[in-house]
Design a protein. Structure first.
Length: 396
């Protein structure tokens, strides 16, 4: 009887680490944990095996760009991602996490799975419009015997929750990562990422977090509130579940009458990758850097967020866009009236980096020059009076 074939993605344990019992144990733990996950927004795990000395995990092959690649393309070529597209992606990420966080074993015991690395490189926007969360390799289950070595953090520093850097971890840490992703999708700029890990963690713990509307005036106050809630450094003030955050995102999407389906997500993604990098990318990057926090010493002043200058408008794309009225990259659909830089009164003021004040020029060089000119003019006048053919009616 003829069989069938299926294209899969293989994850292998490198030969140089396959001799380490701890690495093998961790690899097997990943496969067993991932085998419990059966959801359309999670890449499926099919099999765990060993060929000669090589351990492997056979997983679902997902065709499409990672969210990291899509974000880079937006920053370099296609411009900011339309808000309905952002909401569609975030909704599916929350669906995947809601499934993982509430998963139970065969006896009905909650597994308490925490992904620990919810970041753009671990999210794929498939060519069917289904967003897939991948790589549960560092996921942790509450009832697992596996322990993380003290002093080590698993995950990308720019997307981990602040409490995790101090040794505390629960399901809400994954939602902080979703908040960082949401902020970066809406602003087309990194939130906490710095030149090195130390500066990144310092920003993660201490940097005042401005709402997305600070850089993107099309973001409504409702979406601002959703993102800022996810980014609360106190886990008790954060969204308490992925399901709760998803409900808020659904309500925000419906309030704009711009709900995006999978086909529209596919069409916009394909359109984005047809755009070539902008010639003024370098200039735009420099302008964007002027608004970023920096480790360089500057004179700073603290002002209410209302006083901040409006961000420069995003350049429009002249090329034809997909025939999706609700999600044109240069969106013309009606949106809630939002004042740039406005946040709820409870939001803390931010730090505005300003250039050093210009030094006041001293006046004496100017006065000296004027005296020289006056003296020269007087001398020249006296010289002329000696040459006049008539007498003046007054004495000099």
């Amino acid at each position: 009887m003829a069989g069938f074939t299926r294209t899969v993605a293989l994850k292998r344990l490198l030969p140089q680490v396959s001799e380490d019992p701890e690495m093998v144990r961790s690899f097997v733990h990943e496969a067993r944990l991932a085998s419990h996950l059966h959801h359309m927004n999670v890449a499926q795990t099919y099999d765990l095996g060993k060929v000669e000395d090589t351990y492997f995990i056979a997983m679902e092959y997902v065709a499409g760009p990672t969210l990291s690649q899509l974000m880079n393309q937006c920053a370099a070529a296609s411009g900011s991602m339309p808000i309905p597209i952002v909401l569609a992606i975030l909704l599916q990420i929350c669906d995947a996490l809601d499934h993982a966080h509430n998963l139970c074993d065969e006896l009905g015991t909650p597994l308490g799975i925490i992904h620990r690395d919810v970041s753009p490189s671990n999210i794929i926007v498939s060519n069917t419009g289904i967003v897939k969360l991948i790589d549960f390799g560092i996921a942790k289950a509450a009832n697992s015997g596996a322990k993380t070595q003290a002093g080590f953090i698993k995950g990308k520093f720019a997307y981990i929750a602040p409490e995790y850097t101090r040794g505390h971890l629960d399901l809400r840490a994954d939602l902080f990562g979703v908040g960082v992703i949401a902020h970066e999708l809406l602003t087309t700029r990194p939130l906490f990422l710095a030149a090195n890990d130390f500066d990144t963690i310092t920003r993660l713990r201490e940097m005042p977090i401005q709402p997305p509307s600070r850089w993107n005036p099309q973001v409504s106050r409702v979406i601002d509130d959703i993102v800022i809630t996810a980014l609360q450094r106190d886990p008790s003030l954060r969204w308490q579940s992925a399901g709760a955050m998803r409900t808020a995102l659904v309500n925000a999407a419906r309030s704009t009458d711009e709900v995006v389906n999978n086909q529209q997500l596919v069409e916009w993604t394909e359109w984005a990758f047809t755009k070539k990098p902008r010639q003024d990318e370098g200039v735009l990057r420099v302008l964007d850097m002027l608004g970023e926090a920096s480790s360089v010493t500057h004179e700073i002043i603290i002002e209410p967020l209302d006083e901040l200058d409006r961000s420069p408008p995003q350049p429009t794309v002249a090329a034809a866009t997909p025939a999706i009225t609700a999600v044109r990259p240069a969106a013309t659909a009606a949106r809630p009236a939002v004042t740039a830089g406005k946040v709820p009164d409870t939001e803390e003021s931010g730090l505005l980096i300003v250039p050093p004040k210009a030094r006041r020029r001293r006046a004496w060089p100017v006065l000296l020059a004027l005296l020289v000119l006056v003296a020269g003019g007087a001398g020249y006048y006296l010289y002329l009076t000696d040459q006049l053919p008539f007498e003046l009616p007054f004495e000099l």
